[in-house]
Design a protein around this ligand. Structure first.
Ligand SMILES: [Zn+2]
Ligand SMILES: [Zn+2]
Length: 299
């Protein structure tokens, strides 16, 4: 068993690079099987599997648009559209650390002010920008344990987009698009640092954990520090780049609380030290400081 956590629950669904890329395409208006396949070079069987999985969890709804031959398209449900904030926070992080003007999502525009912008995450109550150091979590009504995740058969794989312009989420997919790397990061935000702490929290095999920690150090999200010489023991801390994933993790918590917590309610409540209130976030445009939503942005 592992500690119940909404970000972890969300990542059990989303922590797969194909899934992330499929959802990003859906926000770009892609609905049909062949169009998904044309935009990312994914095997038909894998695409079928991921679309079916997303339909099962309630992110997509299938709609038959042609009877002969039978053809379906995949539309985002309300639960799916509610991931828009997470998409905004992915764009925020990518733009801040790996800006690439060739990627259309990095040129996202705010219709309100007409400018290209970087989304920001603010506390709804006090209006301040949200940072990890200003927030803390306390147990919520749904606190408890969840079953540990079973390992999946497939291994970490590198995905190549069909064209550089579809490279949005490439970086985020490296970090979040693998269930274990994603869980390691969520766990690091809960204060875990040592190998054994990660292992206990995630119920993951040591060789997989070693592989993912090494990868996250290579990606610059975690830094590694020797805390004991004999035998050599390492601890892992979020770097500035890693800490900057906090708004995204928060958004996954919010989404998980809303759609996956069930009747028991949220496993954790996050409070904002600066104003003392339970943290509710809002996304704003860094150019005009006005709130942004799916309706007034163009991906
Ligand atoms: Zn606040
Ligand atoms: Zn604006």
């Amino acid at each position: 068993m592992v500690e119940a956590d909404s970000a972890a629950r969300a990542l059990n669904i989303l922590g797969d690079r194909w899934t992330l890329m499929i959802i990003a395409l859906a926000f770009n208006g892609v609905r049909r099987f062949d169009d998904f396949q044309g935009r990312i070079s994914i095997a038909r069987s894998l695409l079928t599997d991921r679309l079916r999985r997303l339909e099962d969890v309630g992110i997509f709804r299938r709609h038959r648009y042609c009877e002969h031959p039978p053809r379906d398209e995949y539309r985002l449900t309300e639960m799916g559209r509610d991931l828009y904030g997470a998409a905004l926070m992915i764009i925020r992080w990518e733009k801040r650390w790996f800006y690439d003007r060739r990627i259309p999502a990095h040129r996202i525009k705010h219709k309100g002010c007409g400018k290209t912008f970087t989304p920001e995450c603010r506390c709804k109550a006090c209006g301040e920008l949200v940072y990890a150091r200003d927030c803390y979590a306390i147990p919520g009504p749904g606190a408890g344990e969840d079953p540990a995740q079973k390992p999946r058969a497939h291994r970490r794989s590198i995905v190549e987009p069909a064209s550089p312009s579809d490279a949005m989420m490439q970086r985020s997919a490296e970090v979040l698009g693998d269930r274990w790397t994603a869980h390691v990061i969520a766990s690091a935000f809960l204060g875990r640092r040592r190998f054994t702490e990660f292992q206990q929290a995630l119920g993951v095999a040591p060789n997989i954990l070693t592989d993912r920690l090494t990868r996250l150090v290579e990606l610059g999200v975690l830094s590694q520090r020797l805390y004991q010489e004999k035998p050599a023991r390492w601890e892992y801390r979020l770097t500035q780049e890693g800490l900057d994933l906090f708004p995204l993790v928060l958004e996954l918590v919010r989404w998980g609380d809303r759609w996956l917590a069930g009747a028991k309610g949220p496993p954790k409540i996050i409070r904002h030290r600066l104003c003392g209130k339970v943290l509710k976030t809002t996304f704003t445009c860094d150019q005009c400081n006005e709130p942004v939503s799916a309706q007034d942005t163009r991906l």
